[in-house]
Ligand binder design. Structure first.
Ligand code: PEP
Length: 264
């Protein structure tokens, strides 16, 4: 991580913890985060849980005299309103109190056919509505073994660069090698750093301030025991965490690793 970019750790709950267990987990995360002021923290619950979680996290923040943790959605539809059955717009998420949205996750690309252009539209819609956008990029195992990692990742980055300009700290890229998601296989810190550095260089070629302000999270089997080595890399500014964000005892050590590094 770099001193000019506060570490950002987000938990992607996917399709877990939609009810009371989500409120309990979010409150535990909010309480843990209150002790770790150098780390920006967000949770991304299922949509239904968001109106339950927001007031509880606000209450924790009020009691402990800290800023509330961020709450993120896991998707949006890039139109303000209209006949789009089953969808939710960026404006609706912002109005509900979300601060962030995760976009272009590999599961959405793989199962729901989202392509680079559609992901870029979503990122633009999120930023226009005042949300922060976490744009996910990453290669499959086949793309990695055939030597195409950077081609694929930088193609995905190129698609979002035009819409990330001017977003400042609200623009985040999550590098998530698909083969490392939910598999227990984690990129080595060196391998991850190489890709993060290439992403940073691509941002810098477009706009120096974009490279300086955009946080690049690593995602893919981040756990308490590997977080520190990953986050210590100069171009890794945080983590997008799936499985280990589903229990406070697994998530809190990742937050503490980020705090320890950021606080020196
Ligand atoms: C994810 O899906 O964003 C993710 C990184 O999952 P996991 O941490 O479980 O690999």
């Amino acid at each position: 991580m770099h001193p000019s970019r506060p570490p950002f750790i987000a938990g992607n709950w996917k399709m877990h913890h939609a009810g009371p267990s989500g409120v309990e987990l979010a409150v535990a995360v909010a309480r843990a985060a209150a002790l770790l002021p150098a780390v920006e923290v967000a949770v991304a619950p299922p949509l239904l849980a968001i109106p339950l979680i927001l007031p509880e996290c606000a209450e924790v923040a009020r009691q402990l005299h800290v800023a509330p943790i961020g709450v993120a959605a896991q998707n949006l539809y890039p139109a303000p309103k209209g006949a789009f059955t089953g969808e939710v717009s960026a404006e609706m998420l912002a109005e509900a109190g979300c601060r962030w949205v995760i976009l272009g996750h590999s599961e959405r690309r793989q199962y729901f056919g989202e392509d680079d252009a559609f992901v870029a539209k979503k990122v633009a819609a999120a930023l226009a509505a005042g949300l922060g956008a976490i744009a996910c990029v990453g290669e499959t195992l086949e793309e990695r073994t055939s030597g195409r990692t950077l081609d694929v990742v930088l193609r995905m980055v190129d698609a979002v660069i035009p819409v990330l300009r001017g977003a400042g700290a609200r623009g985040v890229i999550a590098y998530e090698p698909v083969w490392a998601i939910g598999t227990g296989k984690v990129a080595t810190p060196d391998d991850a750093q190489q890709v993060h550095a290439a992403i940073r260089a691509r941002l810098a070629a477009a706009d120096a301030s974009l490279a300086a302000t955009t946080r690049i999270q690593y995602g893919g089997s981040v756990k308490g025991d590997n977080a520190r080595a990953l986050l210590a890399q100069p171009d890794i500014d945080g983590a997008l965490v799936g499985g280990a964000s589903l229990e406070i005892d697994a998530f809190a050590p990742i937050l503490r690793a980020a705090q320890a590094l950021a606080a020196g």
